[in-house]
Design a protein around this ligand. Structure first.
Ligand code: GLU
Length: 416
């Protein structure tokens, strides 16, 4: 169990607040709080030293009422079934908030990719794909990148699936390399969505991103690109941390140079012209915007009191515990939940899936314009709901999502 308890129970707590306001009937409540399918597989591979090692992998299809399950696959030593189930539930709500026709899924393998060679990662990816092959497919379940997985891993996944079905099936995964059916703009999409939501939130609170100060926890695909795009909007990125360390410069970090440094050194740590900083120090900075873009349970009852930011934009999934969230909301911090703030990734994944199925590809400009429209629509719908029910943005996002999934559940009726 993670230090701050079950991630799935955190999801249930968040669900409950919204379901009560909706006066959700008990039957639908039960359906929406149970995962539809949880798959556990053992994936043996031969390590480079010749030894066989068995890795445990999961794929959870939480709910497929609105369409095929959709969600990433993460490679991390801390992966648990509880975590993957919560993440799959969050994907369900995220797809509903973003109005993309998918259900929610998530996968994970317990492994430490930093200690694995490229060949070992390929073997593990292919074996995992083969083990879950009956459950996935463009109409069934469409994985994507998540923590420590990227376009190359999606390429191996797609190739393995295609070899099994006997034809090239590009739409079985999203986040693929552009050369083989990936979408332009997908790599940047989660970060771009974070920037759009931060911009809209700032306007709602009466300021602009231009000239504002930002701190980012996590410098992976979401944090680094989110920071880059907010910097391009004129924001000052004053601090960033990653799994190896952190950097701080109150005058603003030189973003192009920091991105180049991080690409070369695989960490932001040691970046010239900055002071080292820890995660807790980063959370306590007097900034306008705080973007947690690492893992779950980072902003907790213990450290939330130190947060001075006007708004928290959740780039990661589940970075704030329910207790911390309530305390922040009570103090007037505007928290934009993961299922809205980081929905840019899955939205462009939807565009990728559509393009693959049509065999017709859009320009990057077209992808980004469509993403902009969908993110702003989702933000407006959640804000409107928050005002209508006088609730925080997380509860409002859940109200929007649960209402959409519950409506279709009722329309489809009960089988058997
Ligand atoms: N892993 C991303 C997320 O948590 C993207 C999922 C997808 O594109 O399917 O939203």
């Amino acid at each position: 169990m993670p230090k701050h308890g079950s991630v799935f129970s955190a999801m249930l707590q968040e669900f409950e607040g919204a379901a009560r306001i909706l006066d959700l009937d008990p039957g639908i409540w039960q359906i929406l709080t149970h995962p539809k399918r949880q798959i556990v597989v053992s994936c043996p591979i031969q390590r480079d030293n010749g030894q066989i090692e068995v890795f445990t992998g999961y794929r959870v299809q939480y709910n497929i009422t609105l369409g095929p399950a959709k969600g990433g696959i993460r490679y991390h030593p801390g992966v648990t079934l509880d975590e993957v189930t919560a993440l799959a539930a969050w994907m369900t709500w995220k797809c509903a908030v973003a109005q993309v026709p998918f259900g929610g899924g998530k996968g994970g393998i317990i492994c430490d990719p930093t200690t694995m060679s490229k060949r070992e990662l390929e073997a593990l990816t292919r074996r995992y794909t083969a083990e879950i092959i009956d459950a996935i497919g463009p109409e069934k379940d469409v994985p994507a990148p998540d923590v420590n997985t990227d376009a190359q891993i999606m390429a191996w996944f797609m190739d393995t699936y295609s070899m099994h079905v006997g034809h090239t099936a590009t739409a079985v995964v999203t986040g693929k390399p552009v050369e083989m059916g990936g979408s332009l703009g997908r790599r940047e999409a989660t970060g771009r969505g974070v920037m759009i939501i931060a911009r809209e939130s700032a306007r709602h609170l009466g300021f602009e991103l231009k000239g504002s100060t930002v701190a980012v926890q996590g410098f992976g695909n979401v944090g680094s690109i989110g920071a880059e795009l907010m910097h391009a909007e004129g924001a000052k990125i004053v601090a960033a941390t990653d799994w190896k360390g952190g950097v701080h410069n109150p005058k603003g970090l030189d973003m192009p140079a920091l991105l180049a440094w991080a690409a070369e050194h695989k960490t932001v740590a040691g970046f010239p012209g900055s002071e080292p900083i820890t995660n807790d120090q980063l959370f306590a900075l007097d900034v306008d915007v705080l973007v947690p873009a690492a893992l779950e349970n980072q902003i907790t009852a213990e450290n939330q009191a130190s947060i001075k930011a006007k708004m928290v934009i959740e780039g990661a999934n589940g970075p704030t515990t329910p207790d911390a969230h309530h305390a922040l909301h009570k103090r007037g911090v505007f928290v934009v939940p993961d299922i809205l703030a980081n929905a840019g990734g899955v939205t462009t994944s939807y565009f990728e899936w559509v393009q693959d199925r049509h065999g017709y590809f859009w320009s990057e400009k077209e992808v980004n314009e469509r993403l902009e429209v969908k993110m702003v629509e989702a933000f407006d719908a959640v804000l409107k709901t928050a005002k209508k029910h006088n609730v925080d943005m997380r509860t409002a996002a859940y109200i929007v999502a649960i209402n959409r999934v519950a409506t279709v559940t009722r329309m489809r009726g009960m089988y058997a």
